[in-house]
Design a protein around this ligand. Structure first.
Ligand code: FES
Ligand code: FES
Length: 167
């Protein structure tokens, strides 16, 4: 049985895990998905394990600069990855919210605890790459984040507020 060490950087902290056969305690099974590792081993419960099939975006985190659905990625394949979860967005020194989190509050874009972290992480990844997206580009970026409960207009306004402030 092969045991392989992997290193992940999550919210700026380095973690080393052993991966391999799931029969050994403490070893991450090769079949474990990233959202489970984040939630159950690192206690980072912001990314939600909702549909578990890549269809809702609730488990979105930023990996190496891109938004990814962490329910569809095996942790064993993340060796060397740099991952940011919703918990890692605030300023680590001051504890201040990311401007996008603040904009979600200001614009009443905050939705339920399931969909909101994923929507914010997808939007943050978009703004990091494209600081001034058009409404169409915001819509396209968020097309994989589902919420049937309320209108997304508040979300558009929050993302646009940050884009206008250039933050
Ligand atoms: S839980 Fe990952 S996309 Fe729905
Ligand atoms: S799924 Fe979160 S408010 Fe609709």
């Amino acid at each position: 049985m092969e045991i392989k060490p992997i290193t992940l950087t999550v919210n700026g902290k380095k973690y080393t895990f052993m991966t391999g056969d799931g029969s050994i305690e403490g070893v991450i099974p090769n079949s474990e998905v990233l959202v489970k590792t984040l939630r159950e081993r690192l206690n980072l419960t912001g990314a939600k394990d909702a549909c578990e099939e890549g269809a809702c975006g609730c488990c979105t985190v930023i990996m190496n600069g891109d938004p990814v659905t962490s329910c569809m990625i095996l942790t064993v394949d993340c060796d060397g990855a740099d991952i940011t979860t919703i918990e890692g967005l605030e300023n680590p020194k001051t504890g201040e919210l990311d401007p996008l989190q603040q904009a979600f509050i200001d614009k009443y874009a905050f939705q339920c605890g399931y969909c909101t972290p994923g929507i914010i992480m997808t939007s943050r990844a978009l703004l990091n790459k494209n600081p001034h997206p058009t409404r169409e580009e915001i819509g396209e970026a968020l097309s994989g984040n589902f919420c049937r409960c309320i209108s997304h207009y508040h979300v558009f306004e929050a993302v646009e507020q940050v884009a206008n402030e250039g933050r």
